[in-house]
Design a protein around this ligand. Structure first.
Ligand SMILES: *[C@@H]1O[C@H](CO)[C@@H](O)[C@H](O)[C@H]1NC(C)=O
Length: 305
């Protein structure tokens, strides 16, 4: 049975699509009256569907007892969908989470998938921890401390600076990928909350490379990490064979290819997550018939000392 709020959210979405208007509304006792919609791709229904419904995994291999493509080494990890273990997320209601990267691996951040179910609500990260959320499936409403709410569709994202009160709500089921990190304060620089959509971010120059690059956060000093969206046509690959001090958390959103990590070459596909420790040699080539898109966490703007 559909709840009133779900019906309301849907009707609003329809209306705003028809009239093409954007508005922002203030909540009354936490109820989101008329959230502004973050414009997104029109094909949001199928976009990134492989992340939550991976079909490229050969099922005969998945069915082999004890078989997994997942790998965990001291400088990298590949966490494939059949290895995800979901459990209730602390502080969130009606939400199951699977942590894919955590400090136990050597990372200074966490990366997790949050599966929000009907009438679910997020909790806050710990004190001094910043949060980045990207919608891979469904529709969520973000309400900030002023009671302003905005609706985030697939391909939309939000950045919440440390200690900023907010919550995400989902009326039906939604899937998010979330990054959290203890913020590295820098004197006289204060990060601002950000809400946006991938397709509204400009394409950036990538000298010597063929892939397309978008950055979802400003490159300015207040931000101690960025999230890159990288697109490759089948057959394209990275020219650089990077070895650097930064760490990465990666989620493959579309496509398939080969990821090199250290001395290993891994076949990967949409839904796979990768952890890269500092200085692990890394390289990617896109294969198959559809373009690759991946989302990549990278720490920036801070002295590694
Ligand atoms: C809440 O969100 C609105 C819309 O994005 C923004 O204008 C406002 O500054 C935000 N309030 C705070 C306290 O972040």
């Amino acid at each position: 049975m559909q709840s009133f709020s779900a019906f309301f959210a849907k009707s609003f979405l329809l209306l705003s699509t028809i009239f093409g208007f954007l508005s922002i509304a203030v909540t009354e006792e936490g109820f989101c009256i008329a959230p502004s919609i973050i414009e997104s791709n029109s094909n949001a229904e199928t976009l990134y569907s492989k992340v939550t419904n991976p079909t490229l995994s050969p099922t005969h291999l998945q069915d082999l007892p004890g078989f997994t493509r997942s790998v965990y080494k001291n400088d990298h990890a590949l966490i494939t969908p059949e290895s995800h273990v979901f459990s209730p997320l602390p502080e969130w209601s009606n939400t199951l989470g699977a942590y894919l990267v955590s400090p136990a691996m050597g990372a200074h951040f966490v990366m997790y998938i949050a599966k929000m179910q009907e009438s679910s609500k997020s909790g806050l990260p710990p004190k001094h921890v910043e949060r980045f959320v990207f919608v891979v499936q469904g529709l969520v409403t973000l309400t900030n401390v002023s009671g302003i709410c905005q609706t985030l569709m697939v391909d939309s994202f939000a950045y919440l600076p440390p200690n900023s009160k907010h919550h995400f709500e989902s009326y039906e089921s939604s899937t998010l990928v979330v990054f959290e990190r203890r913020y590295a304060y820098l004197e006289d620089h204060i990060p601002e909350p950000i809400v946006g959509s991938t397709n509204q971010q400009p394409l950036l120059d990538t000298p010597g490379e063929v892939f397309q690059l978008r950055k979802l956060l400003p490159t300015s000093l207040p931000y101690d990490f960025n999230i890159h969206i990288m697109d490759f046509q089948p057959g394209e690959f990275l020219n650089v064979k990077e070895v650097h001090y930064n760490q990465h958390g990666l989620l493959l959103l579309e496509g398939q290819g080969i990821y090199r990590l250290g001395d290993s070459w891994y076949p990967v596909e949409a839904g796979d997550a990768i952890w890269m420790a500092p200085f692990v040699p890394q390289w990617y080539a896109a294969l198959g018939k559809i373009p690759t898109r991946y989302l990549l966490y990278k720490d920036v703007n801070r002295n590694p000392l």
